[in-house]
Design a protein around this ligand. Structure first.
Ligand code: SF4
Length: 360
């Protein structure tokens, strides 16, 4: 497991989920259907949940969307968060219609009085609120003070709103500070984390299409998580939201914060490789998705160095021209025809899974 020491944050309950405290880092995403179309939104939420999403945010741009929350929330397999901008009345409605959590940008709700009214209602119904500060919509006074949306400005904005809301009865508060610039996001969260124990939701916003956004998300979110900062994450991609979930999982797994599948080790191939390794590794990766085991599996390109190079692997195959070798903890256990390598690997995995289930 991970050697990362996580920052101690205040736990916040969102439906059946806990954010912060000692809870695992929660994966979230946001639907891109029209929320008022509850049927389409529920179909997307089901796909997200199936992929491993644990909490979902839906946009609430109008009263129809707020009203649709009632049926969405009742049928969703995961807690539903209402995303509100500009209109505090929509936030009030979302609470009435059963939102598990509200995400607001406190700077655009129309002033402190409206913010306090919302806090009162949320506290009354025990609905947690995320203060979502965004580099694109910072207060003018802070932009002037810092000369732009700097990390200091983002952190100060979040700390100011948190201080206002913490004086109310509303105690279940989560904070996020997002920018499309990776370093600004990292630095703002570092500043905030040193001054508050409110749980943090991490994300690099407007990160772009997958080719770019995956890297930005992994670097921004991953850097903070490696420092122990962050209680929930969203990888923001201009793509299907379902794609975001796989990336979020991989970030958490790469840091050892969560284990979803065995860790796959595969060699980069070299002049010794005689097997068609790329499709074999792809097929193995797909196979591993079905085995939630905390082990390492290696797929190597030659029998000469494969087992040795993957000595730390619990299980592995070294592919050859016609045959491959199955090995365990760097030791050869048997030779298998090329066409049956995956089958042999699957048999080993199934055996491990069965013994894990028996002992748990
Ligand atoms: Fe080359 Fe074999 Fe090492 Fe792969 S395992 S990089 S094929 S020596």
């Amino acid at each position: 497991m991970s050697a990362i020491r996580r920052r101690e944050s205040h736990p916040v309950q969102v439906g059946s989920l806990t954010i912060g405290g000692t809870a695992p880092v929660v994966i979230q995403s946001m639907t891109n259907t029209k929320t008022a179309d509850s049927a389409a939104t529920l179909v997307q939420i089901a796909a997200l949940a199936e992929a491993g999403c644990e909490m979902v945010r839906v946009a609430i741009p109008d009263r129809e969307a707020a009203a649709a929350l009632r049926v969405i929330n009742a049928k969703s397999p995961i807690p539903v968060v209402a995303d509100i901008h500009f209109d505090v009345e929509l936030a009030m409605l979302a609470i009435e219609h059963g939102a598990a959590k509200i995400r607001i940008n406190p700077g655009n709700l129309g002033g402190k009085e409206k913010l306090l009214a919302l806090a009162e209602k949320a506290a009354e119904r025990a609905v947690p609120v995320r203060i979502g500060v965004n580099a694109g919509s910072l207060e003018r006074s802070l932009l002037k003070k810092y000369g732009g949306p700097t990390p200091e400005a983002l952190a100060e904005s979040a700390l100011n709103y948190l201080a206002i809301l913490e004086k109310t009865e509303l105690k279940n508060l989560v904070v996020s500070m997002k920018a499309s610039d990776v370093y600004t996001t990292i630095a703002a969260n570092r500043i905030f984390a040193a001054k508050s124990n409110a749980p943090l939701h991490l994300g690099v916003t407007e990160a772009g299409p997958p080719e770019v956004g995956i890297i930005k998300g992994a670097v921004g979110i991953g850097t903070l998580l490696a420092e122990g900062i962050g209680d929930t994450i969203r990888v923001s991609l201009t793509a299907s939201p379902v794609e975001e979930i796989g990336v979020a999982r991989q970030i958490l797994q790469a840091l050892g914060l969560r284990i979803f599948t065995p860790e796959l080790i595969s060699c980069p191939t070299c002049g010794r490789c005689e097997a068609d390794l790329v499709p074999l590794v792809k097929a193995a990766a797909k196979l591993l998705d079905n085995y939630p085991l905390p082990i390492r599996v290696a797929v190597m390109g030659c029998a000469v160095n494969g087992p040795g190079e993957a000595r730390e692997a619990d299980l592995g195959i070294s592919a050859g021209r016609k045959q491959g070798i199955l090995f365990r903890h760097g030791k050869v256990i048997r030779t298998v025809d090329q066409d049956y390598l995956l089958e042999a690997l699957e048999k080993e995995l199934a055996g491990l899974l069965a013994s894990q289930e028996q002992s748990s």
